[in-house]
Design a protein around this ligand. Structure first.
Ligand SMILES: [Zn+2]
Length: 251
């Protein structure tokens, strides 16, 4: 199984052990710095820590950690050239599999500028992006995201994450990959299965978005096991268990 969106830097070795024991082989960790940033090198340290330290920490417990790095909207900073140069370098060296998570939260000018710049880097380097949609004003912010992305990048190079029933109508007819985040206060197992039942398994990635916020580190295995228990076709389940992620991110 692959958990397609986690924040490994804020989780313990014990969590990695329990994920591994529950059948998770691999996870994609995204950048998000939950503290105040008053200089670019603080954010750069955060990104380097994920790349160099958290991958090793997860590997010690059996988890093959893939890395997506970028500037999360709530981490937008005015001076960011060093980060963008580093993104180019990490993509070239194949050390990251996507730019993420990026997106919009409060729709400030700085957020929008930072988002657009990262979409351009993805376009120049033919990379995938993982796009966060916020908890509050989700529909309003998503509409801005859907307006901006096609001006910079092919829709099929972007995952729109944290999709739920309220917003799925906005994206289901477009070419994006869609992330279902099974996490307290977002979507529960039954809610995720309900969406898969109605819209099919081909376009979706499953994840826990485990972070420093309330999370269920086993939400992906729980969803997969529930799909099995309910008798869904094995080849369909495999798509959201790992195959869609492997194909999409080429991992
Ligand atoms: Zn996240």
């Amino acid at each position: 199984m692959i958990d397609t969106h986690i924040h490994a830097d804020s989780r313990s070795g014990e969590d990695f052990r329990d994920m591994y024991l529950s059948g998770i082989d691999s996870a994609i960790t995204c950048s998000y710095y939950p503290y105040r940033i008053d200089a670019e090198n603080i954010l750069l340290n955060h990104l380097n820590r994920i790349l160099e330290f958290d991958t090793k920490r997860a590997a010690e417990y059996g988890i093959d950690l893939k890395v997506a790095l970028g500037i999360h909207p709530t981490n937008s900073i005015a001076k960011n050239e060093m980060i963008f140069e580093s993104l180019h370098k990490w993509i070239e060296e194949k050390r990251i599999i996507a730019i993420g998570e990026i997106g919009l939260e409060d729709l400030t000018d700085l957020e929008i500028e930072t988002f657009e710049k990262q979409l351009d880097i993805a376009d120049e380097t033919n990379s995938k992006v993982i796009i966060h949609t916020p908890r509050k004003n989700k529909l309003e912010v998503l509409k801005v995201i859907l307006d901006i992305v096609p001006q910079h990048l092919d829709e099929n190079q972007a995952v729109i994450d944290h999709i739920n029933r309220d917003i799925i109508g906005e994206v289901i007819d477009k070419d994006y990959m869609l992330g279902l985040t099974v996490q307290p206060q977002k979507l529960d197992v039954a809610g995720a299965i309900d969406i898969l039942e109605e819209f099919g398994f081909d376009r979706f990635l499953l994840n826990s978005d485990m972070s420093n916020k309330p999370s269920d580190i086993l939400s992906v295995p729980k969803t997969i096991r529930e799909l099995e228990r309910l008798g869904y076709d094995g080849s369909e389940i495999e798509k959201v268990s790992h195959k869609n992620a492997e194909k999409y991110f080429m991992i």
